[in-house]
Design a protein around this ligand. Structure first.
Ligand SMILES: C[S@@+](CC[C@H](N)C(=O)[O-])C[C@H]1O[C@@H](n2cnc3c(N)ncnc32)[C@H](O)[C@@H]1O
Length: 256
């Protein structure tokens, strides 16, 4: 675990004041999308999450319908589509830049449907057997309502694979971690080039930290997210601290 201020407490997210929150103090996801995969591909902590997700899929029956909420550049949808080629997958992502990056990555998969909407406006009548929601919930307005949305979108007994950033994002800590890993892998010159091309990620991480500080993005402890998920009608089957202690992973089942 790094030495960043995990214990630092920011104001509670603006769960109950959705209309008054300054959403301009948020990350620019389209700008982020341009360098997202370059940095994710070189981030061992991100790759460990993808590995966990793939291992999780090998333990469940093929879902008929999957929703990937806040799917970003499509890395989780890609793993799900490979594992379950016959499943109907809805890729739900409000940001056009992120969605376009995903669509070009997933061009070969015909069973994927793209919904360029937020979770709060994702209005479908069919429930899913599996919902994936990774590193997106914290950025949404009203986590209590959004968890209720996730529950409503799942059939009873359906699974939620949830990962959420909970602790303040220490940009300097991540910069060091990434630089050491990339330098060890490629050498100094290439590491400097990768960092130059990926500089937008550091900029957007700063925006995320700033939004967390203002209470626009949700920060939480392990206990807080577990209690929110349980209150929303889920049974937590597995929980662990992931992503170098910054995030929580919860594998949940929708209660009847
Ligand atoms: C850090 S990215 C995570 C992407 C992907 N899940 C991954 O882990 O690689 C967060 C994503 O959440 C999406 N997002 C933000 N607010 C959202 C909302 N209200 N509903 C759905 N997605 C949202 C953003 O557009 C962005 O693509």
């Amino acid at each position: 675990m790094s030495s960043y201020a995990h214990a630092e407490r920011f104001p509670p997210a603006e769960n109950d004041r959705l209309e008054t929150v300054d959403r301009s103090a948020c990350a620019d996801w389209s700008a982020y999308a341009k360098a997202y995969d370059l940095m994710s591909d070189n981030n061992p902590a991100y790759q460990a999450l993808l590995d966990d997700f793939e291992a999780f899929l090998s333990t469940i029956e093929a879902p008929k319908r999957i929703y990937d909420i806040g799917g970003g550049t499509g890395n989780y949808t890609q793993i799900a589509a490979r594992a379950f080629p016959d499943s109907e997958i809805h890729f739900v992502e409000p940001d056009v830049g992120m969605r376009e990056a995903a669509q070009s990555k997933l061009a070969g998969y015909d069973a994927i449907k793209y919904d360029t909407v937020t979770l709060e406006s994702f209005d479908v009548k069919d429930t899913a057997d599996l919902i994936i929601c990774v590193h997106a919930l914290y950025a949404m307005p009203g986590q209590k309502q959004r968890l209720a949305d996730l529950r409503r979108l799942l059939r009873p007994g359906g699974m939620l694979y949830l990962v959420d950033l909970g602790r303040p994002l220490d940009v300097e800590d991540w910069r060091k971690y990434m630089f050491i890993n990339i330098k060890n892998k490629y050498g100094l010159t290439r590491a400097l080039q990768i960092f130059w091309h990926g500089r937008e990620v550091a900029k957007q991480n700063k925006a995320i930290f700033s939004a967390q500080k203002k209470g626009v993005y949700w920060t939480h402890t392990e206990e807080e997210i577990t209690s929110a998920v349980t209150e929303a009608g889920f049974e937590v089957l597995r929980q662990q601290s992931v992503y170098r202690g910054y995030s929580d992973l919860l594998v949940c089942r929708a209660k009847p």
